[in-house]
Design a protein around this ligand. Structure first.
Ligand SMILES: [Zn+2]
Ligand SMILES: [Zn+2]
Length: 238
């Protein structure tokens, strides 16, 4: 796993598949997503290497239920005591109350999806015993007020997190950067691509400097401008 400092308060954790982010406030840390199954210990080691005890990570906010984001949450929560938060719709999947809805793949996504699955551990993964549900408009107690934005489409319970005071946006898999050229694009492997395109418009309207995606290099300057260009390119069909 690679660790990249994006801002003095913000690190990117890049796994073989998927990315998580570590945000630092004065005396506590917040993890946004938790990597694929098996990542819990690696994340704890990373937190220590950055000079903090894993117990200082107070919460893990999951952008959605997919295993490359939620897979390490139970392991890391067990090691750190962190609270795990997710939107109710995806919390229900993580609690196994409803089956995980499979993505509705576009033809061009099929080979990509097969290749991505090959890189992830097979079978089920440990689920967090407790999940705190969050909803659109909630303001979480990190980053001087982190606003939850419910952006269904990639999954029913996908959320983004906006830190207005710091002009930072976490998009989950609603937005991605291309592994080929870094171009900002709607996420892939969605339940409803039209809703994802609508969500892209909504997130591009925010004032941000830094945009952190579930996959691909973050945008670290003038993120609003970059997202608006992408939103113009991928306007939802009317
Ligand atoms: Zn993902
Ligand atoms: Zn996903």
């Amino acid at each position: 796993m690679d660790v990249v400092e994006l801002l003095p308060r913000l690190h990117l954790l890049r796994f073989p598949v998927g990315q998580a982010y570590l945000w630092r406030d004065a005396d506590e840390l917040t993890l946004v997503d938790a990597g694929p199954p098996g990542s819990g210990r690696t994340i704890a080691d990373t937190v220590r290497a950055l000079g903090h005890a894993p117990e200082t990570v107070r919460r893990v906010v999951l952008t959605h239920f997919h295993e490359d984001h939620a897979g390490g949450a139970a392991e890391f929560a067990a090691l750190s005591g962190a609270e795990v938060l997710a939107h109710a719709a995806d919390a229900a999947v993580l609690r196994r109350r409803v089956p995980a809805p499979p993505p509705v793949l576009e033809d061009w996504e099929r080979p990509l999806h097969t290749a991505a699955l090959r890189q992830l551990p097979q079978g089920d993964f440990a689920r967090p015993p407790e999940i705190t549900e969050v909803a659109d408009g909630d303001v979480l107690d990190f980053g001087d007020g982190a606003r939850v934005i419910h952006v269904p489409g990639h999954t029913h319970g996908s959320i983004a997190l906006h830190l207005p005071r710091h002009r930072v946006l976490f998009t989950g898999d609603t937005i991605a950067a291309s592994p080929v050229d870094g171009a900002v694009m709607p996420g892939v492997f969605n339940l409803d691509r039209t809703l994802v395109l609508t969500a892209l418009q909504r997130l591009a309207a925010l004032d941000t400097d830094v945009a952190c995606f579930g996959h691909g290099d973050p945008v670290t300057q003038r993120a609003s401008t970059v997202l608006r260009e992408a939103a113009d390119k991928y306007r939802a069909p009317r």
